[in-house]
Design a protein around this ligand. Structure first.
Ligand code: DQQ
Length: 536
């Protein structure tokens, strides 16, 4: 084959073969976590979409079951698209999802399915009641842009759910539907929220604790703070705002009036069509997302698979109230082997330090950096204030800086012909004199293979650098690097396809390409074991 089998991920979610996209209907039921996802049973490209189904005790080891929801009623016979689970008061899950009911155009309706046998903890079989569909496009609505129902929530005698849509050419919206019995759904006159951003795919709406508490809330629990997320098909990124849900007015109001355009993202890399759910066992909210390949379609077909999911992340509101924090679920740590640590190492300008004593193609790395001072920091050019990605495109890992670029070279070949750089770069003179911290993933040197898509990803990190400290965690898994900056303030997932830095030829380094010393106060790296992964 033209692609090394060693590039198939080891501990990120994927089925043994074929195409996967959005996570669907995640839920916890009778001792098992359930994950459904968009799946093509017939190949490694999008099409023939069914809901594949896997179960897990810990969100890390997965067992594949038969597809749960397949086209077999008139209102989904041309595709079972994305949707969400709601746990009803009697404990039974209900699944709301989009069906394609015409072959010619993507005419979209919303359907409902229930477990055939609620006493089966594996929820293997699903039935679709005869009253489907439960919501159809009405005159004046764009029937081809009407999909992805949310988890429903209950308040004041009614269930409510959202469906993503588009009005005119540009207004993305979250239609609001109400129901007393979970069967008859009526659209509210105005959407819960909308903005001039293009179509909203996969909306998600959930309460969070206001005080920076890490605990999650069930979707129906009242709260003073909510999060609304949507996936913009125009940019292929997931954006969210933090705001208030006004139940009486049936509206959501973002705290920052510019928030809809301010562009906070769950992840500044390859991460789309995500969805959260409430885990009643550990009382946390968990975020799941899809990471597409950035390899060529020819390679995808040759490999016979395409698409993975990010490691499930716990999410909660930052104490500032301005953004979310994200961290890989603690269960991931059960895959860690023997640690290798480095402490109090200074990396001088232009130098790098190799981390040895473990295999690093499938690893978890946590590092705390200390910057000696900000005197040498480059001046911030306000022209880049809204465009971290552009700034990183101009100032990649190999462009010498003042304070930074410093960080990790991962999946690097011993001669450094190939390396993926995950790093920070600090600038002077941001808003109100605050230093600006940029976090980047620079894959431009990640592979010698020609014709790969190698996008540079970046986000700003809203962190207080007065202590001089900043942390980075990188989950390295053969063809994916999932990075968490400053304790999960800024996250970047990248897909890379090295041609040399594969298997035991992959190396890990700390680098400093600035003019100021950088101290590694502590770095710990673990080889990661392979979990049960759907039988592959
Ligand atoms: N994927 C699904 C849609 C959704 C899109 C189709 C997002 O329901 O809008 O596979 O990736």
């Amino acid at each position: 084959s033209i692609v090394s089998p060693l590039l198939r991920t080891g501990y990120h979610f994927q089925p043994p073969m074929n195409w996967i996209n959005d996570p669907n209907g995640p839920l916890y039921y009778k001792g098992w976590y359930h994950l459904f996802y968009q799946y093509n049973p017939k190949g490694a490209v999008w099409g023939n979409i069914v809901w594949a189904h896997s179960v897990s005790r810990d969100l890390i080891n997965w067992i594949a079951l038969e597809p749960a929801i397949k086209p077999d009623i008139p209102s989904d016979e041309h595709g079972c698209w994305s949707g969400s689970a709601t746990i009803l008061p009697d404990g039974t899950p209900a699944m709301l999802y989009t069906g394609i009911d015409r072959p010619d155009i993507n005419y979209q309706v919303q359907n409902i399915a229930f477990p055939k046998n609620a006493s089966d903890p594996l929820l293997r079989e699903w039935v679709k009641p005869g009253y489907n569909p439960v919501a159809s496009p009405e005159p004046g609505m764009n029937a081809t842009q009407f999909r992805d129902p949310t988890t429903a929530w209950f308040a004041d005698g009614h269930w409510r759910m959202l469906v993503g849509g588009l009005r005119g050419a540009r207004r993305g919206l979250a239609y609001l539907y109400r129901s007393r019995d979970f069967k008859t759904w009526v659209r509210a006159k105005h959407p819960l929220h909308s903005a001039l951003t293009g179509m909203w795919e996969c909306p998600d709406f959930f309460p969070v604790h206001a005080a920076g508490l890490q605990a999650g809330l069930d979707t129906s629990e009242p709260s003073t703070k909510h999060v609304l997320k949507n996936s913009l098909d125009l940019t292929r990124y997931d954006y969210y705002t933090v705001g208030t849900y006004d139940k009486a007015a049936e509206r959501y109001v973002p705290d920052d009036p510019a928030g809809d355009y301010h562009r906070l993202r769950y992840d500044y890399g390859n991460f789309y069509a995500s969805k959260t759910f409430f885990d009643p066992v550990k009382r946390r909210r968990i975020l799941l997302g899809w990471a597409n390949e950035s390899d060529s379609v020819t390679h995808d077909k040759a490999k016979g698979w395409a698409g993975i999911h990010a490691i499930p992340r716990k999410i909660w509101l930052d104490p500032s109230g301005k953004q979310l924090l994200q961290w890989p679920v603690e269960e991931l740590e059960t895959l860690r082997g023997k640690p290798v640590s480095v402490s109090d190492k200074v990396v001088k300008p232009g130098e790098h330090l190799e981390i040895t004593g473990l295999q690093t193609y499938q690893a978890d790395v946590e590092v705390s950096f200390e910057v000696s001072g900000l005197e040498k920091a480059e001046a911030f050019d306000p022209a880049f204030a809204d465009d971290a990605e552009k700034l990183c495109g101009v100032k990649g890992a190999d462009v010498r800086g003042g304070v930074g670029p410093f960080g990790l070279w991962v999946l690097a070949s011993s001669g450094l012909e190939e390396k993926t750089s995950i790093f920070f770069r600090v600038f002077r003179g941001g808003y109100a004199g605050k230093p600006v911290v940029l976090m980047c993933s620079d894959p431009t040197k990640s592979s010698l293979t020609p014709d790969l898509y190698k996008p540079t990803f970046a986000g700003f990190v809203d962190t207080d650098l007065s202590s001089g400290k900043i942390s980075l965690r990188a989950l390295i898994d053969r063809s994916v690097v999932e990075s968490f900056g400053a304790g999960g303030k800024t996250c970047i997932l990248s897909r890379v396809y090295p041609s040399i830095a594969i298997g035991d030829k992959a190396h890990l380094y700390v680098f400093n390409n600035g003019e100021a010393d950088i101290k590694v106060s502590r770095l710990t790296a673990w080889e990661m074991k392979k979990p049960l992964m759907n039988g592959a």
